[in-house]
Design a protein around this ligand. Structure first.
Ligand code: ADP
Ligand code: 5GP
Length: 189
């Protein structure tokens, strides 16, 4: 069985992580993407168990108490997000290429806990473009957007900690760079 290094993807809110991961999975359906638990409410169109496992604060406390999370973090000073540990272990045991999309704290923790994990920082072509994408998505209030942009400054300053920085300018190019970095060429269309 071929072994793949777990891939951890992070980057500021609005840089395009969700878009890039969706395009990567379309190109490489073998990839298994972890579904996180979160206490944030669903956005329109988001489905429980697909986008996230949407939890109450109490349910999230229960996951932590049961040692059910590989890592968790409070993100943007608001909701909590965490990676259910058992599905990751199962996907790795099956030999699937595993991908985790996490915030900065989660990426650091997961890198320390997952053997051989490789980390990717997705960076915007410019600060102005990041603001444009976040505003263009139109899913957050102005106050939430400001909080996410404040976090983004800290995240961008940490980009050098990652195994690779990929600038998400053209989507196709970003996906191609990820495929190459993760050694997924044979698995992808
Ligand atoms: P994140 O998951 O990092 O918060 P999203 O995937 O929701 O970001 O993307 C934020 C916005 O940027 C979306 O409107 C998306 O369509 C757009 N976007 C993503 N990647 C690109 C790209 N390479 N070029 C232009 N726009 C992009
Ligand atoms: P959003 O609310 O836009 O879906 O995600 C907000 C942030 O939470 C993103 O930076 C995303 O990478 C991060 N995130 C999503 N799932 C997890 C997780 O399981 N753990 C951690 N630490 N961060 C996560």
């Amino acid at each position: 069985m071929r072994r793949f290094c777990p891939l951890i993807v992070t980057g500021p809110s609005g840089v395009g992580k969700g878009t890039v991961v969706a395009a990567l999975v379309e190109a490489c359906p073998e990839i298994w993407v972890s579904v996180s638990a979160t206490t944030r409410p669903p956005r329109p169109g988001e489905q429980d168990g697909v986008s996230y496992f949407f939890c109450s604060e109490l349910e999230f406390d229960g996951l932590i108490a049961a040692d059910g999370l590989l890592e968790w973090a409070q993100v943007h000073g608001a909701a909590r997000y965490g990676t259910p540990a058992a599905p990751v272990a199962a996907a790795l045991a099956e030999g699937r290429p595993v991908l985790l999309e996490l915030d900065l704290a989660g990426a650091r923790a997961a890198k320390a806990r997952l053997d051989g994990a490789r980390s990717v920082f997705l960076a915007p072509p410019s600060w102005e473009e990041l603001v444009r994408r976040l505003e263009g998505r139109g899913t957050e209030s102005a106050a939430t957007r400001e909080r996410r942009l404040a976090t983004a400054r800290t995240e961008l300053a940490a980009a050098g900690e990652f195994d690779i920085i990929i600038v998400n300018d053209r989507l196709e190019q970003t996906v191609a760079e990820l495929v190459e970095f993760a050694g997924l060429g044979a698995e992808c269309a």
